[in-house]
Design a protein around this ligand. Structure first.
Ligand code: ATP
Length: 273
């Protein structure tokens, strides 16, 4: 697919109708592995875009490149209409404040309580007084669906589901416009995973978020994704609504959706509650 020219913005906010994330010609190389080879992708304002694809197809590395955690070898990532390459420290910091990232294994600081983990981000990026930091942290913890008592717990005292929610609370600390979630339901039991999916949808609605989620979870793909970007050969092989991708003209994409887990998840998503 040829790269198309990108819209530009001087204001730093995304021009109306232009993508929140625009990736063009992305190349990433990690050690001797060429992960992406000229990948193009747009994430639209307000959508929930899932990235799918075989293990090792580069979903997490793409998420890291889009969330400014990894510098591309070549190509361009624009966020909110702004180029991200060669940004000064303060411009990059300002851009980072508009993003929330939830890592697959939580990546919480083990020596800090849940409230302190969330508060840490607020203290790093704002000049809020301690009382307001504590209040804001409590609010995010509640938003992520944790009971108030969880605020005082350390990561080692949390269940897998609670760890995910604590990591989500931290990702929401700075009221991001764009939320990246890496395997949010991995390791959760089916009911916990479904509850987490519902939480993501509610927060998207409530906070007006744009969400990018990396997932292998067949139910999540059918339940929450507006569009799915399917990665393979270092590129986006196909992108579209789940039902469209299930009928993709590209055999590798169609095969992924023809698997029994995908089929069952699709049937479940079609059944009335
Ligand atoms: N830090 C690293 N150093 C070297 N290679 C890496 C590093 N991180 C990832 N890779 C390689 O990059 C490729 C893509 O990895 P990535 O984690 O993005 O895949 P993925 O699609 O998210 O896989 P999975 O579905 O299994 O999580 C893999 O071949 C992986 O081995």
């Amino acid at each position: 697919m040829p790269s198309s020219p990108l819209p530009t913005s001087r204001s730093g906010s995304s021009p109306r109708g232009s993508p929140i994330v625009a990736v063009r010609g992305l190349e990433t190389r990690l050690g001797s592995t060429r992960v992406h080879r000229g990948l193009d992708l747009d994430v639209r304002h307000g959508e929930l875009l899932a990235t799918a694809g075989a293990s090792g197809s580069g979903k997490t590395v793409l998420l890291r490149a889009m969330s400014l955690l990894l510098a591309p070898t070549a190509g361009e990532v624009r966020l909110f209409g702004e180029a991200t390459r060669g940004l000064g420290r303060s411009a990059e910091r300002a851009l980072r404040r508009r993003l929330g990232v939830m890592f697959q294994h939580g990546a919480l600081f083990t020596g800090l309580t849940v409230a302190e983990n969330v508060g840490f981000v607020l203290r790093e990026h704002t000049r809020l007084p301690p009382t307001l930091v504590a209040r804001a942290a409590r609010l995010k913890i509640a938003l992520a669906g944790l009971p108030a008592e969880a605020a005082a717990l350390y990561p080692a005292e949390l269940s897998g589901g609670m760890t995910k929610r604590a990591a989500l609370a931290r990702a929401l600390a700075l009221d991001p416009e764009l939320l990246f979630l890496d395997e949010p339901t991995a390791g959760l039991d089916p009911l916990g995973a479904a509850a987490f999916d519902r939480l993501i949808l509610r927060l998207r609605e409530l906070l007006g978020l744009t969400v990018v989620v990396v997932t292998h979870d067949a139910d999540s793909l059918w339940e929450i994704a507006d569009r799915i970007a399917f990665l393979g050969d270092g590129r986006v092989l196909d992108i579209g609504e789940p039902a469209r991708l299930a009928a993709s003209p590209i055999p590798a994409v169609r095969r992924y959706f023809e698997g029994p887990r995908m089929q069952r998840a699709r049937e479940r998503s079609c059944k009335p509650e």
